[in-house]
Design a protein around this ligand. Structure first.
Ligand code: ZN
Length: 240
């Protein structure tokens, strides 16, 4: 079984299409939130994920796009992009986003955007935070995004083992609890501008990360034609 796991697509349809093509035939698509925000094509990304039959959860940007108070916590550039997103979001896209839960259990996996204990907001950035969240996992595998950095936190006899992921990194969960981050499709922040995604076999407990180049220039051009902050388009070229 091959599940395509994506997170933080952030209205970047060109990057999402590159991921879908690169992943090839899959048995399902799971998404971990921040479908919209930052990028130029919120409606296109929602419709593509809907057409792929993706299941998943909402992120803090999705909640903000629906009118939530989350926008108050955004930095000025993120806020400007979100105000634009709110203005262009179509009714069908809004409806799809609004149906996304904060947590979703699928198979042995628990899907969240930030962390199992704080699905919308918490960044899992350290071993102590990972430890506390590993202990809160309902299933064996916790899938999360939010940091835009691909990695996994693995339970190692009460300790935490960090697996940093690059293109082609593989891991075996072997029945251990794990928090796994596919990285970001639409705005990677680990210095690699290529879109990041994960292939998961839930039954076998195997994971692999993949990177795929997409037409960053085209996305930047589209963003510059819209009232989106220049910093958000220039960072795409750096993967930061
Ligand atoms: Zn995000």
């Amino acid at each position: 079984m091959r599940i395509l796991v994506v997170s933080d697509v952030h209205s970047n349809l060109v990057a999402l299409e590159a991921v879908v093509a690169d992943a090839g035939t899959v048995d399902g698509v799971w998404q971990l939130g921040d479908v919209v925000g930052y990028g130029p094509d919120p409606n296109g990304v929602v419709r593509r994920l809907r057409d792929l039959g993706a299941v998943g959860v909402r992120g803090n940007h999705d909640a903000a796009a629906l009118g939530g108070g989350e926008i108050e916590w955004f930095n000025p550039d993120a806020r400007r992009a979100m105000e634009w997103t709110r203005g262009v979001l179509a009714d069908d896209a809004r409806e799809w986003l609004d149906a996304l839960p904060e947590r979703l259990a699928v198979d042995t996996a628990e899907l969240v955007h930030g962390s199992p204990r704080q699905p919308l907001w918490e960044y899992i950035l350290s071993a102590p935070i990972a430890r506390e969240n590993l202990d809160r996992l309902a299933g064996a595998i916790g899938l999360h995004g939010h940091t835009h950095v691909p990695l996994a936190w693995l339970d190692a006899d009460g300790q935490v083992e960090l697996l940093e992921a690059a293109d082609g990194t593989r891991g075996s969960l072997a029945g251990r609890r794990a928090l796994v981050n596919p990285g970001s499709v639409g705005q990677p922040r680990d210095g690699d501008r290529r879109a990041s995604y994960l292939i998961l076999d839930p039954a076998a407990g195997t994971i692999s990360w993949h990177r795929v180049a997409y037409d960053v220039d085209a996305v930047q051009r589209a963003m510059r034609r819209l009232p989106l902050p220049p910093s958000l388009s220039s960072r795409l070229a750096l993967g930061l």
